[in-house]
Design a protein around this ligand. Structure first.
Ligand code: GLN
Ligand code: ZN
Length: 764
């Protein structure tokens, strides 16, 4: 028979229970025992959901209080000394690595956290020493949780991050120079012990995640698979059988690194269905193929017919006993259950499938290929109906949008004149001093703002009252900027709940959920809006607020928009049309907004694209070039409808552009503001090397901390920047928006920033 498998389940619980519990624990409102009991309750509940759905292979050790890689760091004894030296207990040491610890005389910052492949989940980076040793803890979490499930009558398949991925995803600690992959021989004994313990506990298979196989790997990392998996193979029956698991990309370019005699190999056939035959051809004679056919990264109902066809194609070559059907990746990236969505339009709700529903889908697919489609006829019929309804719905298809897209010309992507002409026209209008100062858009989102927004959402105050409140906030923000002496003002974004959701709510083609939270990092969850159909803008989205801001200020006012690529990346995208098409639709909607802002007297317009980089395909080459091509075009299409005298800004929360600087330059934004306070000013060299002609505002201070930078610090920073940028190019601004800050520190920091800018004006 063909088995069904899930690679991992979301941990938060139906009501973000884990978030609530961990935050209550951090806040001293829940004891450690209570936190652990809640975690156990969630694990059991999640196993039961999968079991009740009829899933054959249910994962364990996919749970984590903060992050699964962090759990491995601790269980492998790879905790840097700064976290162990104060004698924190295991749980507090774990959280200290995840989020820092500043209590009772202990003061350590967190380990670095970065995006998990191209998802919006963040993992904690293994941070290793030159003399790193590893030691398995006495009660490894994988073993404990396997037994926990077993005691509850559920036989699970433990999930481990594989040794090559663990090391390749890690880094040398500060001041250390070790290449993590060189530590493989020291790490393998730990895996060996862990696998033996799992076997003793009763595990017969283990899912060993080696997703780094989808990258372009350095030869050393690629070569590491062989010794690692040969070692495991040599252990024979002493350890469970291993399912070597890859996802988020194809592995065709690295097939030679897949261990030949491994028990199972999992591949992502949602992302890369075309790899199936090549992988099958390269499979060891007995290796089982785990076919990832249910999307772990998106919320669409699986097209069962298509998924079954894919599984059948594999079965035809390998036979039923050598195929498992599975989710493409862990379901961590999907919300818990569609059942919580009480407000969704039923037409649209019928198109979705969250983690709990995907569990049913995978079981149905397995049954269909095992017993034949007749065994699940009702499911298949209902599914076909949903697919048909979605494909033909007027919500999906808007002929006017398609018509407009068909008329987009090359010229629509370009500004009227080249930058030198534009900047002259802009300068005439804006009259800015040298080293102009500005901010990135948002000002502190105070408690009062949240309260009023909540009251408005609940209908406790009228729209008129809420608008009045927002106007007052804007007026106050303008006043503060006047006092600070900034040069280009912003309205402060008090009306925005979130930089993508706010636009999504005002665009046709989007759907919103109430409970569809997805873990981003630690206890932080996001609720991405869903792009369900062709996107259009029924009415202006930000003009009212910006126009009001212009009317109460005596200096240039910058309008704020979220760019097309960021809107797309931070939403659940459609899976029925290419992302480039969705980006273009968003771009056209934003283009209208940009032009309307210009008409309303907004002379400076910033279109933020902080998510541009994370959309970069994982491998260089054709796919990456194609992405950059359409992403840049979308940005240009959204910003080039304006006159020369209107100044277009863009903002990115990073400055590591080396890999794709040509794309950043191609955006042709008049002014770019980028993060730079935490990065090396040397990164600005790319602007020099490419003789970048336009203006740049590298952030002069970090906005993620309440710390106030001194005037001198900012001056030093500007001095460094001037080694790379011309004075007439340089803008002075913070790293990013200020919404998470308090007013007190915001004002103090901005006073120092403005003074530093003034100082340089006297020098040049
Ligand atoms: N304009 C946005 C803000 O200031 C930009 C946020 C971001 O780059 N993440 O909040
Ligand atoms: Zn930013």
């Amino acid at each position: 028979m063909v088995q069904s498998a899930i690679l991992g389940f979301p941990r938060m619980g139906v009501n973000r229970d884990l978030k609530k519990a961990t935050e209550a624990y951090w806040g001293g409102k829940l004891s450690q025992a209570e936190l652990l009991a809640e975690a156990k309750r969630l694990r059991l509940a999640h196993w039961k959901i999968q079991k009740d759905a009829g899933v054959d292979v249910i994962p364990s050790n996919d749970f984590a209080l903060y992050d699964q890689v962090l759990c491995h760091i601790q269980d492998f004894g790879a905790v840097p000394e700064r976290y162990t030296k104060d004698g924190l207990d295991t749980i507090d040491e774990y959280f200290a690595m995840g989020r820092g610890h500043q209590k009772e005389g202990v003061d350590v910052s967190s380990l670095e956290m970065v995006k998990w492949f191209d998802s919006n989940y963040h993992y904690v980076k293994p941070t290793l020493q030159d003399n790193q040793t590893f030691k398995l803890v006495d009660s490894p979490k994988a073993v404990v949780e396997f037994k926990e499930a077993k005691d509850a009558g559920i036989h699970t398949r433990p999930v481990l991050v594989g040794p090559v991925s663990f090391l390749h995803l890690g880094k040398a600690d500060r001041g250390q120079s070790v290449d993590p992959i060189d530590l493989l021989h020291k790490l393998l004994p730990v895996y060996e012990q862990l696998l033996v313990k799992l076997k003793e506990a009763g595990a017969d298979t283990v899912q060993i995640d080696e997703p780094v196989l989808v990258f372009d790997l350095p030869s050393k990392a690629k070569a590491a698979f062989k010794p690692a998996y040969e070692k495991f193979a040599s252990l024979g029956d002493k350890i469970p059988k291993l399912v070597f698991t890859t996802y988020f990309g194809d592995i065709v370019h690295n097939l030679d690194a897949v261990p030949k005699d491994v028990y199972g190999l999992h591949i992502d056939l949602v992302r890369n269905p075309e790899q199936l035959q090549t992988v099958i051809a390269a499979l060891g004679p007995k290796t089982i193929l785990s076919a990832g056919v249910v999307d772990g990264r998106n919320i669409w109902k699986t097209n069962l017919k298509r998924a079954i066809e894919t599984a059948e194609a594999a079965i035809q070559k390998l036979g039923k006993d050598r195929v498992i059907v599975a989710t493409s990746s862990s379901l961590l990236h999907t919300p818990h259950t569609l059942a919580s969505e009480k407000k969704l339009d039923p037409e649209v709700a019928d198109w979705f499938s969250f983690a709990s529903e995907k569990a049913v889908e995978i079981a149905v697919i397995a049954k269909a290929v095992t017993d034949g489609p007749a065994a699940v006829r009702e499911h298949l019929e209902a599914n076909a109906k949903s697919m048909q309804a979605r494909a033909t719905s007027t919500r999906t298809n808007n002929p006017q949008v398609k018509d407009r897209q068909s008329k987009v010309t090359e010229q629509d992507h370009n500004r009227k004149s080249e930058f030198p002409t534009r900047i002259d026209a802009q300068q005439k209008k804006l009259n800015l001093p040298l080293f102009p100062t500005t901010t990135i858009g948002s000002f502190p989102q105070t408690k009062d703002i949240r309260i009023q927004r909540n009251r408005f959402t609940k209908g406790e105050i009228t729209e008129e009252q809420y608008d009045k409140f927002i106007e007052q906030e804007i007026k106050d923000n303008v006043k503060i900027q006047e006092e600070l002496g900034l040069d280009v003002y912003v309205h402060g974004e008090p009306e925005r709940n979130d930089m993508v959701q706010y636009f999504g709510e005002r665009l046709d083609g989007y759907a919103f959920t109430t409970h569809a939270w997805v873990q981003s990092y630690g206890s932080r969850c996001v609720r991405p809006p869903i792009i369900v159909g062709d996107i259009s803008r029924p009415a202006p989205m930000t003009v009212k607020e910006s126009k009001y801001a212009v009317s109460v200020s005596n200096k240039p006012m910058k309008g704020m928009l979220t760019g097309p690529v960021t809107c797309l990346r931070w939403s659940f995208p459609r899976d029925d049309v290419h992302q480039s098409i969705q980006a273009q639709q968003l771009a056209l909607a934003l283009r209208d907004e940009v032009v309307d802002l210009e008409k309303a007297g907004v002379d400076v317009i910033q279109v933020d694209e902080p998510a541009l980089r994370e959309g970069l395909p994982l491998r260089s080459g054709k796919e990456r070039d194609a992405y950059l091509d359409w992403a840049v075009k979308a940005f240009k299409l959204s910003t080039s409808g304006v006159e020369d005298a209107t100044q277009i800004h863009s903002h990115f929360c990073y400055s590591e552009f080396q890999d794709f600087f040509h794309a950043i330059a191609a955006l042709d934004a008049d002014v770019l503001s980028i993060e730079n306070s935490k990065s090396d000013a040397k990164l600005l060299r790319v602007f020099v090397d490419s003789a970048y002609p336009r203006h740049i505002g590298p952030g002069v201070y970090d906005i993620h901390s309440p710390r106030v930078p001194s005037e001198q610090e900012i001056k030093d920073r500007i001095e460094e920047m001037l080694q790379f940028l011309k004075p007439e190019q340089l803008w002075i601004d913070p790293d990013c928006g200020l919404k998470t800050r308090q007013w007190k520190e915001t004002k103090e920091a901005l006073v120092n920033m403005v003074n530093a800018a003034k100082y340089f004006r006297t020098k040049y």
